[in-house]
Design a protein around this ligand. Sequence first.
Ligand code: 3HC
Ligand code: NAI
Length: 700
Amino acid sequence: MTSPVSYELVDDIGVITVANPPVNALSHAVRQGIHDAIAAAQEDASKAVLIICDGRTFIAGADITEFGKPPREPHLPDLCNTIEASSKPVVAAIHGTALGGGLEVALSCHYRCAVPGAKVGLPEVKLGLLPGAGGTQRLPRLVGASAALDLMTSGNPVDAGQAAKLGIVDRVVDGDLRDAAFAWCRELVANDAERRRTSELAVQDVPAGALEEYRNTLARRTRGQIAPQKIIDCVEAALSRPFSEGLQFEREKFIECMKSPQSAALRHMFFAEREAAKIVGLSIDTPLRDVNKVGIIGAGTMGSGIAMNFANAGMQVALLEVDDEALGRGLGIIDRNYQGGVKRGKMSEEQALACRGRISGTTDYESLSDADLVIEAVFENLELKQEVFAKLDAVCRQGAILATNTSYQDVDRIAAATKRPQDAIGLHFFSPAHIMKLLEVVRASMTADDVLATCMALARKIRKTPVVSGVCYGFIGNRMLGHYAREAQLCVIEGATPAQVDTAMEEWGMAMGPLAVFDLAGLDVGYKARQGLPQAERGDPRAFRVADALVEMNRLGQKTGAGFYRYDPETRQRSSDQEVQTLIEREAAELGVEQREIDAEEIVDRLLFALVNEGMNILDEGIAQRPGDIDVVYVYGYGFPAWRGGPMHYADAVGLAHVLQRIREFEQGFGSENWTPAPLLEKLVESGVTLAEWAKSKGN
Ligand code: 3HC
Ligand code: NAI
């Protein structure tokens, strides 16, 4: 096998070129190749050494696919030390992204240059790790402890300009990178430049107490996560220990992180997100339809946010409403959102104006006749949506994609209102639509392949994370949520307070407890949805007694200042409310439920395993392509902690046999109506196979 690293002497410059597509990850062969090339350069006529990469990027990090496998020499920290120890000056020439181990290689070089568009960063924390090849020791020496902490605990990259200001990069070079880097190498040789070894620099001290303050702030912001705290430990070591001891300390902490379930979960999420973009059975060269002009029907909560996504991506958007008043309201939401974005520093005034300028309002369906994609976001009512689709069928050009943002309705029945069901699809955005990352792409039975492929590509263009779902009530996310919500509310009827339920879930890691989420979304939303269903399909009637009663008391949640909680009008801080407690006790008594103490473990297990059990059914029915897709839905759409890896990964992590055992206990205790173990779960436990193994065996 040829090496992904080549070495050649060009005049008196030794050039090491890494060519390991797609992102030049530091696989064993790459590490070996660089190691051998550095060794060769020590012996030959070179006077300086250049490390440069082919393809779209500089080295984007360690090879994540090798994590968890037996490590092979040369190890990356040793390779970095070897580079730094070179007797000839070594220059890194950066384009694309120098991330993680890639930046650590660059930090070990004596000089670094980058093209203006390049980005550098240490994103290991996003994988539940810390920079493990000297990054925690070299970066503080180069940029100071405080900036290094910010970079490493956020994991966010900086661009070449900022990197130069911070001192990570010495030069930002225009024009061809290779030419510029060569010229610089020659200059260094001519000046007999020193070998600037980062490890030999002193670390600037930080004010007393600064690290402790950082630790406390981070403990709140990254609640439950271990890697950020260990990064601070490493920086503390950089400040207090010699370089070699700091390096040793970093190694130990890196290995602890690598072995942690949190890192396993985050690495799973990294690949799951990328896998979700792939559609089983759909060729990657499926032709795409052109989408430049987008129509949105309904400028309410969702339509207005959806419109912004496309305008922000440079597309023209026509927003249609029933009348001028409704249109004015919708455009007003958009104006306020853009102003908010500018205030929060998300975009400049000019950018906001340019984006807003791409959105026009209309009340005339004819304005949509040249749209390439139309997304319907009117009230959640099947007949109304069918009516809208019939109108679209009459006015839209042939080949236009007709999408619905329905949360629950049958996309096949909506598509059937047109003579072109092959062009219809579900595009289920999450609220607030201009912020939430998840997009469920609902593939109806007649949806054409190119419509599906176009929507997946479009999702990326508007910076969403798409997941394909089949048609069923609530698709992947809301269908599962129904079971989670049921258990949350049953726990309340059985004796847990709303605060106990929410605190248990928040302490476990959910961004927000379920009852607080209902208050945020508006209790009337679920109420109306239930009213639209036949009695038999509304689910366990005991579960919604309290929520329904709250709606009937006009306690709709945050928007009316009260729901399951009472809300401070200024701070929106929630507090428990005796009125609700009295209501809960009354409803429980009417239902003949004897209230009892419910501990946090029971709350967490009931809510999470309800999710997992339904997730298993969804997989069995082929509604979701693979377990990882469900995890992406939950992490990007429902505030599930990424470091727990999504509900399905979590089930594998705690063991499917344990999950099944708990579900059987719940079945015994609470009845089989809500708790019938999913056949797939039983099958997997019986055969001793994990979900991940099952997915792999299916080629997913
Ligand atoms: N190792 C292995 N594979 C990787 C990888 C890595 N570090 N980074 C990306 N890939 C793979 C992806 O899985 C994907 O594979 P696929 O095509 O089969 O799905 C392919 O490369 C392309 O990746 P993207 O789709 O993400 O491409 P983009 O152009 O959108 O993004 C990127 C490129 C910004 C480099 C992005 O891939 C990324 O952020 N990668 C991860 C970077 C990272 O976390 N590096 C640190 C690794 S940990 C480390 O270095 C430890 C060290 O301190 C010891
Ligand atoms: P909304 O009530 O805020 O807005 C609906 C808008 O549609 C109103 O402004 C109304 O005037 C307009 N409208 C009604 N009939 C119309 C017609 N015939 N032509 C043009 N406009 C018409 O509702 P919301 O919350 O924006 O929901 C819209 C859709 O998005 C629903 O299907 C809902 O299930 C779905 N959805 C809602 C989410 C949420 O959190 N609110 C999340 C994801 C999806």
